[in-house]
Design a protein around this ligand. Structure first.
Ligand code: AP5
Ligand code: MG
Ligand code: ZN
Length: 213
């Protein structure tokens, strides 16, 4: 199955993607996570991406598209993939379409997680992430059993450098300007599955599973 998870920052793309992976046995391809790994490794890509990410701006299309196109050629994508945070602009969506056509592939569903901006700000300022395995936490809604330590792997739980009010505001603006038009883009192609992203983690998960059936 070939899936896209679309939604504003903080909608729960990463959280729900990780839950669905066990079920679908396809890799989660998060462009945000690819960039954060590059930042951590101190590569040229990481240095470039960081200047955009910390401000809450989008990384330029030509950088992102090349990375995803290459990632999709890896063997674990043979039976499908889940794209988390890509595409985020119309040119990225066009480029993805071309890559898939070339592979003789097509998208099955575009899961659109809908959450109002006020709730997103609360979710993002309280978010914490495991440095080692990427598991997502929240200081109020999903705190680790032991403060600062990941339940799953024991790794250090930290706050992303772009999870401050200023960057979050900028990310929300960019979402509305550049990414939201993709809902109409994929709507025209009959691929959009709109999901109410408010409510308990498992409630949202059940809605996604129902939409995929
Ligand atoms: P990326 O890492 O993709 O960040 P984002 O889109 O801003 O999305 P988030 O990861 O912040 O939100 P999420 O939807 O995954 O929410 P989560 O599940 O964590 O991208 C980062 C940056 O990289 C971008 O700003 C850009 O610079 C660059 N970039 C990446 N892709 C790009 C692209 N294609 N083109 C250009 N640039 C790109 O949930 C958030 C919090 O809420 C968590 O704490 C979670 O525990 C909590 N939560 C989740 N669900 C619920 C619930 N139901 N109830 C209560 N709390 C909940
Ligand atoms: Mg995420
Ligand atoms: Zn962990």
């Amino acid at each position: 199955m070939n899936l896209i998870f679309l939604g504003p920052p903080g909608a729960g793309k990463g959280t729900q993607a990780k839950k669905i992976l066990d079920l679908l046995k396809v890799p989660q391809i998060s462009t945000g996570e690819i960039f954060r790994a590059a930042v951590k490794a101190g590569t040229e890509l990481g240095k470039k991406a960081k200047t955009y990410m910390d401000k809450g701006d989008l990384v330029p299309d030509e950088v992102v598209v090349g990375i995803v196109a290459e990632r999709l050629t890896e063997p674990d994508c043979k039976n499908g993939f889940l794209l988390d945070g890509f595409p985020r602009t119309i040119p990225q969506a066009d480029a993805l379409g071309k890559v898939l056509t070339k592979r003789g592939n097509k998208l099955d569903h575009v899961i659109c997680l809908e959450v109002p901006d006020g709730e997103l700000m609360k979710r993002l300022t309280g978010r914490r992430v495991c440095k080692k395995c990427g598991e997502e936490y929240h200081v109020m809604f999903k705190a680790p059993a032991k403060a600062g330590v990941c339940n799953k792997c024991g790794g250090e739980v930290y706050q992303r450098s772009d999870d401050n009010e200023e960057s979050i505001g900028r990310r929300l603006t960019e979402y509305h300007k550049q990414t939201k038009p993709l809902i109409a883009y994929y709507g025209e192609r009959g691929l959009v599955r709109a999901i109410d992203g408010l409510g308990a983690f498992d409630e949202v998960f059940d809605r996604i599973k129902a939409a995929l059936r």
